[in-house]
Design a protein around this ligand. Sequence first.
Ligand code: SF4
Length: 67
Amino acid sequence: MPKTCPKLERCPFFVKYGSELPETCRALVELYCRGDHQHHCKRLTFLEEHGYRPPDDLMPNGDHLLD
Ligand code: SF4
């Protein structure tokens, strides 16, 4: 059973959009935020590479919700 991402409760993407995500994006939450892919989350990669937080709408797969 995969662990939930430790950042989940404070993650701006999840906090801001989590309750209103379309079905396809909710699948990403299950896959990344609550599943095996969380170590490949593009929000985490962005933070490591840039040293600052990604835009709130950057989804864990690297797409932007608001595009
Ligand atoms: S989007 Fe990434 S950082 Fe945010 S809760 Fe999901 S896996 Fe964690």
